[in-house]
Design a protein around this ligand. Structure first.
Ligand SMILES: Cc1ncc(COP(=O)(O)O)c(C=O)c1O
Length: 390
C-alpha cells in the first residue's frame, strides 16, 4: 500500500498571479511595499485587531510581544509544560523564568482552572505574562484565561500559530463563574455568536512557517489587541529599519491564502470530523487528543493521538513512513526541565506522557478529497494493524 498525500504548499493560480505582480512592479526588491500594508489590513480586518506587526517568524512575534509586555530579567512567564520549544527558549532569552503548568489529561493545553489556582496562590507576584498555545487543533480556553489575566494585571499572549481561523461560541465564554465575554473583555454591545481565537489575548502570535496552514516558508505576525502594548513596539523594532521584517514576496503569497482560509478550514474540518467519528471503533487503543472543545470550531492543523507507549510510537512512525503516510512525533515536553531553569507548579505527568507518546498526522492528509477518505482510512488501518496486531 502507498498513500499519496495531497500536495502542500499548493500551486494555486492566484499565488502565481500575486507573485508575478510583485516581480513586475519591482516591489520584491524594495524595503517598503503596499503588499505588506495590504496583508496587515487583511489580518487586521479578519481579527478586528487594534494593530498588526508583520515579522519574520512566529518565534520573533513572541519575542516582540514579550518585550511589549515588558518581560525582562527576573520576571516570570506562565507556559504549558507541553508547548512549542521555541516559546520556552524565547522566555529564557529575555532573562525571565518559565512557570510551568501541566496540560489536562486528554487535552493539549493547561486549563483556566489551573491558571486560576496559580493566580490565587501566594506565589504569583513575579508573573508578568501568560502564553497559551492552541496546539494541533485543540483549543486552549483563552476566553476564560483572559478574565483571570485582566484581574491579575498579566498580559495574555495567545499562540495561534497552528490554528488561525479557529473560533469559539460565546456559550463557552459564559464560564462557570457566570462571566460573559462582554464583561470579560470590556466590550460593549451584542455578544458575537462565534468569536475568533486570537481575539482574546492582549497579544496573539501567528506563524507563516513552512509547515503552517498559512505558509510563506517563514514569516509571522503579532496581533495587538491592546493599544498600550502596541505603542511600545515601534522604538524597539525599528532601528531605524525593521529588524524583524517580512519581505514583500512573503506577503504576496500570504494574501491569497488568507482569502481562502475559511474554505480550507472547512475542508480540513470535514476530514477531521470523519476521522474523529471513526476513532473509537477503528483506533480505540490510540487516545484521540484535542478537538473535543464544546462550542468551538477548530482549524485542524495536525491530528494528534497518544500511542500506548514510546516504543509503539516509534513503530507507528516507521510503519507510516514506509507507506508514505505523513505522520510524525510531537514535541519533547518540559516536564524534566531542571528547577534552575523553570518553576513547576505541577508534577507535569500529562505533559511528560505527551512528550513520549504523542504522534501526529500531518495537515496535508486532511487536504485529501472527501471521496478519497477510504484511502486515508485504509492507510491508517494498516499502520494500526501492524503496531497493535488487531
Ligand atoms: C505552536 C507554535 N508556536 C510557535 C511556532 C514558531 O513559529 P516559527 O517557526 O514561525 O518561528 C510554531 C512553529 O512550529 C508553533 O507550532
Amino acid at each position: 500500500m502507498e498513500f499519496n498525500a495531497p500536495r502542500w504548499p499548493p500551486e494555486w493560480p492566484e499565488l502565481l498571479d500575486s507573485v508575478e505582480k510583485i516581480i513586475r512592479s519591482g516591489d520584491w526588491g524594495r524595503y517598503h511595499s503596499p503588499v505588506c500594508d495590504a496583508l496587515s489590513r487583511a489580518l487586521r480586518d479578519w481579527f478586528q485587531s487594534d494593530s498588526i506587526r508583520l515579522c519574520c517568524s512566529g518565534t520573533a512575534a513572541l519575542e516582540i510581544g514579550l518585550r511589549a509586555a515588558k518581560v525582562g530579567v527576573g520576571d516570570e512567564v506562565v507556559l504549558s509544560a507541553y508547548d512549542y520549544p521555541g516559546n520556552l527558549r524565547t522566555v529564557e532569552l529575555l532573562g525571565a523564568k518559565p512557570v510551568l503548568l501541566d496540560v489536562e489529561p486528554g487535552k493539549l493545553s493547561f486549563s483556566a482552572d489551573r491558571l486560576r489556582s496559580l493566580a490565587e496562590s501566594t506565589d504569583a507576584k513575579g508573573i508578568r505574562a501568560v502564553v497559551a498555545s492552541h496546539l494541533f487543533g485543540d483549543l486552549a480556553n483563552t476566553p476564560e484565561m483572559r478574565v483571570i489575566c485582566d484581574r491579575m494585571g498579566w498580559v495574555l499572549i495567545e499562540d495561534l500559530c497552528q490554528s488561525p481561523g479557529a473560533s469559539v461560541q460565546s456559550a463557552e465564554v459564559h464560564n462557570g463563574n457566570g462571566v460573559s465575554r462582554n464583561e470579560s473583555l470590556g466590550v460593549a454591545g451584542e455578544i458575537d455568536p462565534q468569536q475568533l481565537m486570537g481575539t482574546f489575548g492582549h497579544l496573539t502570535t501567528l506563524s507563516f512557517g513552512g509547515s503552517k496552514l498559512l505558509s510563506a516558508g517563514s514569516g509571522g505576525a503579532l496581533l495587538i489587541n491592546d493599544s498600550r502594548l502596541g505603542a511600545r513596539l515601534g522604538t524597539w523594532v525599528e532601528r531605524p529599519g525593521d529588524v524583524y521584517s517580512m519581505s514583500p514576496l512573503q506577503a504576496a503569497v500570504l494574501i491569497p491564502q488568507v482569502e481562502r482560509v475559511e474554505t480550507m478550514r472547512d475542508h480540513r474540518n470535514e476530514i477531521w470530523q470523519l476521522l474523529r467519528s471513526e476513532r473509537l471503533t477503528r483506533y480505540s487503543r490510540w487516545k484521540w487528543l484535542g478537538g473535543d472543545c464544546p462550542h468551538s470550531t477548530t482549524n485542524p492543523y495536525k491530528v494528534a493521538w497518544l500511542a500506548e507507549s514510546a516504543e509503539q510510537r516509534a513503530a507507528i512512525t516507521g510503519a507510516a513512513e514506509s507507506i508514505g503516510l505523513p505522520v510524525g512525533v510531537g514535541y519533547r515536553s518540559f516536564a524534566k526541565l531542571s528547577d534552575r531553569r523553570c518553576r513547576k507548579i505541577d508534577p507535569c505527568r500529562s505533559a511528560a506522557a505527551l512528550g513520549e507518546q504523542l504522534f501526529v498526522l500531518d495537515h496535508r492528509a486532511l487536504l485529501i478529497e472527501s471521496q478519497r477518505i477510504d484511502e486515508l482510512l485504509a492507510a491508517l488501518d494498516s499502520v494500526y494493524a501492524k503496531v497493535t496486531g488487531v
